[in-house]
Design a protein around this ligand. Sequence first.
Ligand SMILES: Cc1cc2nc3c(=O)[nH]c(=O)nc-3n(C[C@H](O)[C@H](O)[C@H](O)COP(=O)(O)OP(=O)(O)OC[C@H]3O[C@@H](n4cnc5c(N)ncnc54)[C@H](O)[C@@H]3O)c2cc1C
Length: 393
Amino acid sequence: MDAEVVIIGGGPVGSTFAAQTASLTTVVVEEHEQIGAPVQCTGLVHPRVVEMAQAQSSVLNNISGFRLTFPGGRTMEVRSNETKAVVIDRGKFDRHCCERAELEGADILTGREFVGFQREGRKMMLTLNGPDGLETMTTDLLVGADGYKSRVGEQAGLGTAKEHIRGVQVELDMRMEEQSLVEILVGKNVAPGFFAWILPCGDVTRVGLGVSQDGEAPVHYLNALLKKRGLDKVGRKNIISGIIPIGPPRKTYADNVLIIGDAAAQAKPVSGGGIYTGMRAAKWAALTAVDAVEEGDLSAKRLSEYDDRWRSDIGRELERGLMIRKVFTNLTDKKLDDVGRMLDREDAKEVLATGDIDYPSKLASPLLKAVPSLIKFSPQLIGSLIRKEQRVI
Ligand SMILES: Cc1cc2nc3c(=O)[nH]c(=O)nc-3n(C[C@H](O)[C@H](O)[C@H](O)COP(=O)(O)OP(=O)(O)OC[C@H]3O[C@@H](n4cnc5c(N)ncnc54)[C@H](O)[C@@H]3O)c2cc1C
């Protein structure tokens, strides 16, 4: 079999890419038998993501605010009049994205694991492990949308994420009274290096957390949180775990190769969400791919256009997100409690209510204006964050 473009990975990012290369022969290769299973995601996205995918039927709930719980127990609520995020059925969302790619003309090969590639002149020879054993296929362009462990990226020598957050989540058979607020909990004993969440989704509730690379397993913290909240005896629908790759590698292209989504560690460093940023990068990758294939130039130099395009679009926000993350991870629990006290005032909450889950760094300047003393927590980092933001404006 031969295709102009082969995408490894039938997640939302691979499918989004495939839907936009319809003028080329496009094949998506997915190791699982079914698209959208297993799910390793909370499914909290900005409504724009659902619009981008035209996947309204996957929405389970609307979220218009958050409750922040600080290590010492102080809580703070921020509400908005608009829907700030939606909770999606991630399996349904992925299947929808894949069906769109298929409708546009892409072929979907499930139950086939990508094993490796070899260069053969101007072509790439791929080895897949399928239901009848090893198979080969050839392509001009190989696209790695194969998640954080990207074999495509590794074999093309593209490096990996700077950091891996370990995540775990349980879906509880329980309906929260308050359906429009997500609770976010921070602190070294709750979720060291990241945060925990309690997310209402109608008749079920998703409770999960992420932790940085070192230390105890995430499930240790999850059990502690469930116990503390008296939720340890509630029936569990399912439990998932997964990795969030943070901090993209230096290069996301090579001769005949592009990597997108989690394979390129394009998840947002502050929230860990990777669907929006991955889908945006997929758009830039597809635009570059169509032109490069039509020109017959799949050299690394030609494909570097994709790298330039996604970095000047979402790359700056990811960089600023990494800086915010650094400020956050340097805060002790005591300092987090101090931040909680300082933010608990109406003008700061009004600023927080304007926040956008996909662009958290846009809050930095207005928040500092409302609470200038926040700068004391990291004068250098916060200063350069603001300067970067102002350069963009
Ligand atoms: C606990 C947790 C909660 C999260 N919550 C959110 C959230 O609320 N909002 C949000 O935006 N993001 C969230 N994320 C991140 C989000 O899930 C990812 O950023 C997103 O799935 C990236 O999409 P992708 O298509 O790049 O990769 P994936 O969704 O990982 O898809 C990659 C696909 O490639 C396939 N594959 C891998 N290797 C091979 C191979 N060798 N051969 C064939 N196929 C292969 C995999 O089976 C998979 O189907 C969360 C992540 C975790 C771990």
